[in-house]
Ligand binder design. Structure first.
Ligand code: FE2
Length: 283
Protein backbone atom coordinates (compact mmCIF):
# COMPACT_ATOMS: atom_id res chain seq x y z
CA UNK A 1 0.00 0.00 0.00
CA UNK A 2 1.15 3.49 -0.81
CA UNK A 3 -0.24 6.08 1.59
CA UNK A 4 -0.34 9.26 -0.49
CA UNK A 5 1.64 12.33 -1.49
CA UNK A 6 2.71 10.46 -4.59
CA UNK A 7 3.10 13.36 -6.98
CA UNK A 8 6.11 15.68 -7.26
CA UNK A 9 6.18 19.46 -7.13
CA UNK A 10 8.85 20.27 -9.72
CA UNK A 11 9.76 19.55 -13.33
CA UNK A 12 13.40 19.29 -14.37
CA UNK A 13 13.79 20.25 -18.03
CA UNK A 14 16.27 18.11 -19.96
CA UNK A 15 17.45 20.13 -22.94
CA UNK A 16 18.26 18.34 -26.16
CA UNK A 17 20.95 19.96 -28.26
CA UNK A 18 23.09 18.46 -30.99
CA UNK A 19 22.62 14.82 -29.99
CA UNK A 20 23.21 15.23 -26.27
CA UNK A 21 21.01 16.17 -23.33
CA UNK A 22 21.73 18.57 -20.46
CA UNK A 23 19.90 19.15 -17.20
CA UNK A 24 20.44 20.96 -13.95
CA UNK A 25 21.05 18.33 -11.33
CA UNK A 26 21.87 18.80 -7.61
CA UNK A 27 23.15 22.34 -8.04
CA UNK A 28 25.25 21.66 -11.15
CA UNK A 29 24.76 20.70 -14.82
CA UNK A 30 24.85 17.12 -16.03
CA UNK A 31 25.14 15.99 -19.65
CA UNK A 32 24.03 12.69 -21.14
CA UNK A 33 25.82 11.64 -24.32
CA UNK A 34 23.84 8.49 -25.09
CA UNK A 35 20.30 7.12 -24.71
CA UNK A 36 21.50 4.97 -21.78
CA UNK A 37 22.99 7.99 -20.02
CA UNK A 38 19.79 9.95 -20.71
CA UNK A 39 17.66 7.24 -19.12
CA UNK A 40 19.98 7.13 -16.11
CA UNK A 41 19.74 10.93 -15.78
CA UNK A 42 15.93 10.74 -15.93
CA UNK A 43 15.91 8.01 -13.28
CA UNK A 44 18.15 10.07 -10.98
CA UNK A 45 15.90 13.13 -11.43
CA UNK A 46 12.84 11.03 -10.54
CA UNK A 47 14.55 9.73 -7.43
CA UNK A 48 14.90 13.31 -6.23
CA UNK A 49 11.11 13.64 -6.48
CA UNK A 50 11.15 15.77 -9.64
CA UNK A 51 9.76 14.99 -13.10
CA UNK A 52 12.25 14.86 -15.97
CA UNK A 53 10.89 16.54 -19.09
CA UNK A 54 12.63 16.30 -22.45
CA UNK A 55 12.43 19.63 -24.21
CA UNK A 56 14.42 22.31 -26.03
CA UNK A 57 15.54 25.65 -24.65
CA UNK A 58 13.11 27.52 -26.91
CA UNK A 59 10.10 25.31 -26.04
CA UNK A 60 10.90 25.62 -22.32
CA UNK A 61 11.24 29.42 -22.58
CA UNK A 62 7.82 29.58 -24.23
CA UNK A 63 6.24 27.24 -21.63
CA UNK A 64 7.51 29.47 -18.85
CA UNK A 65 5.51 32.32 -20.36
CA UNK A 66 2.22 30.44 -20.13
CA UNK A 67 0.82 29.26 -16.81
CA UNK A 68 -1.85 27.19 -18.57
CA UNK A 69 0.57 25.37 -20.84
CA UNK A 70 2.98 24.72 -17.97
CA UNK A 71 0.12 23.37 -15.88
CA UNK A 72 -0.87 21.04 -18.77
CA UNK A 73 2.71 19.75 -18.97
CA UNK A 74 2.71 19.22 -15.21
CA UNK A 75 -0.48 17.18 -15.32
CA UNK A 76 0.92 15.17 -18.22
CA UNK A 77 4.16 14.24 -16.44
CA UNK A 78 2.23 13.41 -13.25
CA UNK A 79 -0.16 11.19 -15.21
CA UNK A 80 2.72 9.43 -17.01
CA UNK A 81 4.39 8.74 -13.68
CA UNK A 82 1.25 7.36 -11.99
CA UNK A 83 0.46 5.16 -14.99
CA UNK A 84 4.03 3.84 -14.98
CA UNK A 85 3.76 2.88 -11.29
CA UNK A 86 0.37 1.27 -11.80
CA UNK A 87 1.84 -0.74 -14.70
CA UNK A 88 4.78 -1.87 -12.53
CA UNK A 89 2.31 -3.01 -9.84
CA UNK A 90 0.21 -4.85 -12.42
CA UNK A 91 3.24 -6.59 -13.91
CA UNK A 92 5.12 -7.47 -10.73
CA UNK A 93 2.58 -7.69 -7.89
CA UNK A 94 -0.54 -9.03 -9.58
CA UNK A 95 1.14 -12.40 -10.37
CA UNK A 96 1.94 -12.77 -6.65
CA UNK A 97 -1.77 -12.70 -5.85
CA UNK A 98 -1.50 -9.79 -3.42
CA UNK A 99 -3.71 -6.75 -3.18
CA UNK A 100 -2.11 -3.39 -4.06
CA UNK A 101 -3.55 -0.13 -2.83
CA UNK A 102 -2.50 3.38 -3.90
CA UNK A 103 -4.05 6.27 -2.02
CA UNK A 104 -3.63 10.00 -2.51
CA UNK A 105 -2.31 12.46 0.09
CA UNK A 106 -3.07 16.12 0.62
CA UNK A 107 -0.34 17.07 -1.90
CA UNK A 108 -2.04 15.22 -4.76
CA UNK A 109 -4.48 16.78 -7.20
CA UNK A 110 -7.93 15.18 -7.45
CA UNK A 111 -7.29 13.75 -10.94
CA UNK A 112 -4.59 11.46 -9.48
CA UNK A 113 -7.37 9.38 -7.89
CA UNK A 114 -9.11 9.09 -11.27
CA UNK A 115 -5.88 7.80 -12.83
CA UNK A 116 -5.48 5.10 -10.18
CA UNK A 117 -9.13 4.12 -10.67
CA UNK A 118 -8.32 3.34 -14.33
CA UNK A 119 -6.51 0.19 -13.17
CA UNK A 120 -8.45 -3.05 -12.90
CA UNK A 121 -5.89 -4.28 -10.38
CA UNK A 122 -4.66 -1.41 -8.16
CA UNK A 123 -7.27 -0.36 -5.59
CA UNK A 124 -8.02 3.33 -5.02
CA UNK A 125 -9.34 3.38 -1.44
CA UNK A 126 -9.94 7.05 -0.64
CA UNK A 127 -13.09 7.63 1.45
CA UNK A 128 -14.03 3.94 1.28
CA UNK A 129 -13.58 0.79 3.37
CA UNK A 130 -11.38 -1.92 1.86
CA UNK A 131 -11.69 -5.46 3.19
CA UNK A 132 -8.05 -6.45 3.81
CA UNK A 133 -8.75 -10.13 4.64
CA UNK A 134 -11.49 -12.13 6.38
CA UNK A 135 -11.12 -10.19 9.63
CA UNK A 136 -9.83 -6.69 8.99
CA UNK A 137 -11.41 -3.67 7.35
CA UNK A 138 -9.46 -0.58 6.35
CA UNK A 139 -11.09 2.84 6.02
CA UNK A 140 -8.94 5.35 4.13
CA UNK A 141 -8.89 9.14 4.12
CA UNK A 142 -6.12 10.80 2.11
CA UNK A 143 -6.66 14.40 3.22
CA UNK A 144 -4.97 16.39 5.98
CA UNK A 145 -5.64 19.36 8.21
CA UNK A 146 -4.52 22.74 6.86
CA UNK A 147 -0.80 23.06 6.08
CA UNK A 148 1.21 26.25 5.43
CA UNK A 149 1.31 25.32 1.72
CA UNK A 150 -2.45 25.24 1.03
CA UNK A 151 -2.28 21.88 -0.74
CA UNK A 152 -5.18 20.54 -2.83
CA UNK A 153 -6.18 18.06 -0.10
CA UNK A 154 -5.86 20.40 2.90
CA UNK A 155 -9.13 20.64 4.84
CA UNK A 156 -10.28 22.41 7.99
CA UNK A 157 -10.41 20.12 11.04
CA UNK A 158 -14.20 20.28 10.85
CA UNK A 159 -14.30 19.14 7.20
CA UNK A 160 -11.71 16.45 7.88
CA UNK A 161 -13.67 15.15 10.88
CA UNK A 162 -16.78 14.91 8.75
CA UNK A 163 -14.91 12.80 6.11
CA UNK A 164 -13.35 10.58 8.80
CA UNK A 165 -16.72 9.98 10.43
CA UNK A 166 -18.48 9.35 7.13
CA UNK A 167 -15.81 6.86 6.04
CA UNK A 168 -15.77 4.92 9.33
CA UNK A 169 -19.57 4.77 9.82
CA UNK A 170 -20.02 1.48 7.95
CA UNK A 171 -17.24 -0.41 9.79
CA UNK A 172 -18.60 -3.65 11.20
CA UNK A 173 -15.78 -4.10 13.75
CA UNK A 174 -14.02 -0.76 14.30
CA UNK A 175 -11.75 -2.22 17.01
CA UNK A 176 -10.41 -4.82 14.55
CA UNK A 177 -9.86 -2.33 11.73
CA UNK A 178 -6.79 -0.52 10.41
CA UNK A 179 -7.14 3.19 9.80
CA UNK A 180 -5.32 4.39 6.71
CA UNK A 181 -5.44 8.11 7.42
CA UNK A 182 -2.77 10.10 5.59
CA UNK A 183 -2.40 12.65 8.39
CA UNK A 184 -1.12 11.44 11.77
CA UNK A 185 -2.98 12.20 15.01
CA UNK A 186 -2.17 15.43 16.81
CA UNK A 187 0.21 15.55 19.77
CA UNK A 188 2.04 12.27 19.24
CA UNK A 189 5.60 11.26 18.44
CA UNK A 190 4.65 10.87 14.79
CA UNK A 191 3.34 14.37 14.02
CA UNK A 192 6.40 16.48 14.82
CA UNK A 193 7.78 18.87 12.18
CA UNK A 194 9.86 22.06 12.16
CA UNK A 195 7.83 25.12 13.16
CA UNK A 196 7.63 27.66 10.29
CA UNK A 197 7.28 31.44 10.34
CA UNK A 198 5.03 33.51 8.04
CA UNK A 199 7.65 33.25 5.25
CA UNK A 200 7.73 29.45 5.61
CA UNK A 201 11.23 29.60 7.10
CA UNK A 202 12.05 27.33 10.07
CA UNK A 203 11.80 29.08 13.46
CA UNK A 204 15.07 28.62 15.33
CA UNK A 205 15.62 28.14 19.05
CA UNK A 206 18.06 30.49 20.83
CA UNK A 207 20.65 27.73 20.32
CA UNK A 208 20.12 27.83 16.53
CA UNK A 209 18.29 24.50 16.27
CA UNK A 210 14.96 24.28 14.40
CA UNK A 211 12.06 24.59 16.81
CA UNK A 212 9.71 21.61 16.47
CA UNK A 213 5.91 21.56 16.75
CA UNK A 214 3.03 19.08 16.69
CA UNK A 215 1.24 19.51 13.36
CA UNK A 216 -1.00 16.44 13.17
CA UNK A 217 -4.78 16.44 13.11
CA UNK A 218 -7.00 16.76 16.16
CA UNK A 219 -9.84 15.17 14.13
CA UNK A 220 -7.75 12.08 13.33
CA UNK A 221 -6.89 11.81 17.02
CA UNK A 222 -10.53 12.19 18.06
CA UNK A 223 -11.74 9.39 15.76
CA UNK A 224 -8.91 7.06 16.86
CA UNK A 225 -9.64 7.76 20.54
CA UNK A 226 -13.32 7.04 19.98
CA UNK A 227 -13.11 3.89 17.81
CA UNK A 228 -9.81 2.38 19.01
CA UNK A 229 -8.78 0.48 15.86
CA UNK A 230 -5.92 -2.05 15.90
CA UNK A 231 -3.66 0.31 13.98
CA UNK A 232 -3.41 3.80 12.58
CA UNK A 233 -1.27 3.94 9.44
CA UNK A 234 -0.12 7.44 8.64
CA UNK A 235 2.43 9.39 6.61
CA UNK A 236 2.47 13.09 5.69
CA UNK A 237 5.13 14.18 8.23
CA UNK A 238 8.39 12.99 6.74
CA UNK A 239 10.49 13.77 9.82
CA UNK A 240 8.35 11.76 12.23
CA UNK A 241 9.11 8.12 11.57
CA UNK A 242 7.93 6.00 14.48
CA UNK A 243 5.16 4.54 16.57
CA UNK A 244 2.79 6.19 19.02
CA UNK A 245 0.08 4.65 21.13
CA UNK A 246 -3.37 6.14 21.62
CA UNK A 247 -5.18 3.87 24.10
CA UNK A 248 -5.25 0.41 22.49
CA UNK A 249 -4.28 1.72 19.06
CA UNK A 250 -0.76 1.56 17.69
CA UNK A 251 -0.23 4.44 15.26
CA UNK A 252 2.60 4.17 12.75
CA UNK A 253 4.42 6.60 10.49
CA UNK A 254 7.19 5.11 8.32
CA UNK A 255 8.51 8.61 7.56
CA UNK A 256 10.04 9.59 4.24
CA UNK A 257 13.53 10.26 3.03
CA UNK A 258 12.98 10.29 -0.71
CA UNK A 259 15.34 13.24 -1.22
CA UNK A 260 18.19 10.90 -0.32
CA UNK A 261 16.86 8.15 -2.57
CA UNK A 262 15.65 6.13 0.43
CA UNK A 263 12.27 4.42 0.36
CA UNK A 264 10.86 3.94 3.85
CA UNK A 265 8.06 1.58 4.73
CA UNK A 266 6.43 -0.58 7.32
CA UNK A 267 5.43 -4.25 7.42
CA UNK A 268 2.65 -5.20 9.84
CA UNK A 269 1.90 -8.87 10.53
CA UNK A 270 -1.66 -9.43 11.64
CA UNK A 271 -3.55 -12.31 13.13
CA UNK A 272 -7.31 -12.30 13.63
CA UNK A 273 -7.45 -10.14 16.74
CA UNK A 274 -4.10 -8.43 17.04
CA UNK A 275 -0.95 -7.09 15.51
CA UNK A 276 1.56 -9.92 15.94
CA UNK A 277 4.59 -7.84 15.07
CA UNK A 278 5.82 -5.08 12.80
CA UNK A 279 9.03 -3.91 11.27
CA UNK A 280 10.07 -0.55 9.85
CA UNK A 281 11.83 -1.00 6.53
CA UNK A 282 14.08 1.10 4.33
CA UNK A 283 15.95 0.52 1.13
FE1 FE2 B 1 0.90 14.93 3.08
Amino acid sequence: MIGGDITGKTITPIFEKGGSWTAEYVGGWRTAQSREELEKLEKDVRELGSYPYRTTESEWASLRQSETEMSDVFEQVMADSIRRWVKIAEERLRPLGCKTIFNVGNDDLAFVGDLIRESEYVVYPNETIVQIDDYHEMPSVGYSNMTPWNCPGDLSEKELLSKLEKTTTALTKPDMSLFNFHCPPYDTQIDVAPKLDADLKPVLTPGGEPEMAHVGSTSVREVIERLQPLAGMHGHIHESRGLSRIGKTQCFNPGSEYLNGVLRGLVINLSEKKIDNYVFTEG
